[in-house]
Design a protein around this ligand. Sequence first.
Ligand code: ADP
Length: 207
Amino acid sequence: MRLVLLGPPGAGKGTQAARISATWQIPHISTGDMLRAAVASGSELGKKVNEIISKGHLVPDDVIGEVVERRLSEEDARRGFLLDGFPRTLPQVGILDRGLAKQGTSLDRVIFLQLDDETAVTRILGRKEDGNGERADDAEETVRERLRVYHTQTAPVANEYGSRGLLAKIDGSRTIDAVFEQIKAALEGIASTGSDDPSESGPGGGR
Ligand code: ADP
């Protein structure tokens, strides 16, 4: 199962990614997490990345492209993966296309978690107030900038996958469980659990 998870900041990508990854046994590859790890390491690259992220802007396509290509060539990603936060621009779509073509594989589905801007802002600022997964780029001004960048740079990515017939649109405004149910329904048919054991029948197995 080779999946991309797409959606604005605050749509719940991280939460759903954890469930998808556990259910289909595919690694959750989050470019945001990888970049934050680079920042935390204090490396030269991390310092540059921090300046960009804290403004709500995107790191250059070639930089993130190389990080993702390297990650996708690791052993655990060979049988499937869930990409979260990549591709985020049309050039990144091209980078992923070429990387997968080299492996002789392709995407199975793009899960598009939809949420309106005001709900997104409310959620992210609420999460900050709870001290729950607080992030340096969660100040309201920066959140609004991330949303602006999302609409100009990432919305075209959804259109592109839509025209390829890969897009599954999911209403991200519902409860965590309800959103996951929609995702399961959207993946039915292509779903293999990633397990080699044929006695396992897949998500919610035994039905
Ligand atoms: P969110 O989607 O909630 O804004 P992420 O954790 O996916 O957060 O990303 C946080 C930040 O990391 C982004 O605002 C951006 O600066 C950087 N980033 C993550 N993925 C990419 C990418 N594919 N290309 C460029 N920058 C990225």
